[in-house]
Design a protein around this ligand. Sequence first.
Ligand code: HEC
Length: 308
Amino acid sequence: MKAPKRMCGKSDRLFNIAPLTAMKTIVLTLACLLVALHVHGVENTLEDSTNAAEDNPEADRLAMVEYYKKRFPNIELAEHNNGAYAIDAGKRAQWLEIEEFPPYEIDVDEGENLFSIPFANGKGYADCFANKGMGVKQNYPYFDADRSEVITLDYAINICRERHGEKPLDYLGEEMGYITAYMAFTSRGKYFNINIPDAGLPSYNKGKKFYYTRRGQLDFACSSCHIAAAGNLIRAEVLSASIGHATHWPTYRLKWDQLGGLHRRFIECNEQIGAEGLEPHGETYRNLEYFLTYMNNGMELNGPGSRK
Ligand code: HEC
C-alpha cells in the first residue's frame, strides 16, 4: 500500500471556518485540484475511452477498472470496496479498530426487528421482494420496464410501504437506515450483478453524464475527484475509487453519528463543491446510482459499512 500524496496541505478545514477564510480556502482548494488534474492528465483519456463506447456499459466499466488498475498498481481491485482504507494504511488501521466493535451492529438488529413487524394490512416487507428480501441487494438498482424508471433498494422499500397503505419513510431518517442495514447485512459476500436492458440505457446514460459533468462554484465533476484525483488528499481525506463506491451502504459515519445511505453521501459531495444537494432517491440520483453501481459490478458487497 503506497502512502497517499498530500495534495493540498492547507485546505484541511474547508468548511468549518469564517466566510472570508472559507472563500480563500475554496480558491486554494480549487487551485490545488486543478494542479492535480493537470498533473495526472487522465480524466480526458478516460472520458474519451468511455465516450468512444457509447451505449456500452460493459466497455465503460472495463475502461474504469483498467484506469484504477494503472492508478493503483499495488492495490488489489477487490480491496476498493473498503474505499479510502484500501489506499491509506494509517487510516485503515484506525478503521479496523472501529470495525472490531462495529458501530452499526445494534442498528442491524433494530432493522431485523422493524423488517419483521407486519403492516396494518397484515402484509410485510418480505412480501415485496424476491427471496423475502434476504440477500437481494446485489441486484439493486434495476430498471423497471413497467414503471419505466430505476428502482433503488430504498425506493423499493417505500414503494412496498405505499402499496400496502403505509406512509413512505424519510430517506435520510433512522428507520430507513436500520432496514437497509439489515437487508445489506443479509447480502454480505454477494457480488454486484447489475443488469442494463436496452430500455434502461437512457437512465444509465443520464447517470453517467451526471458523473462526468462539472458543476457548482468549484466547477467539479464526480470524476474530477474520484477519477482524476483518486488517491490524493483533500482536506486530510484520501479520495476513494468509484469502483468501490456502492458496496457498503448504508454506512455508519462517525461524523453523522448514525447510519446514512449512498444518496446522503451524494448530497454531501455535491454541497462540498457548492452545487445543489438534490433530492435523495429522486430521478437524478437514482440514475446516478444505477451508473455507479454498474461500475461496481463484480465487487463484493460488504454493507453496512463504517467510515470516519
Ligand atoms: C471535491 C472533491 C469531490 C467531488 C467533486 C465529489 N466527491 Fe465524493 N467524496 C469526496 C471526499 C473527500 C470523500 C471522502 C473520502 C472518500 O471516501 O473518498 C468522498 C466520498 C464519496 C463516497 C463515499 C466513499 C466511501 O468509501 O464511503 C462516495 C460514494 C462519493 N464520494 C461519490 C461521489 C459522487 C457520485 C460525486 C459526484 C456527484 C462525488 N462523490 C463528488 C470528495 C468529492
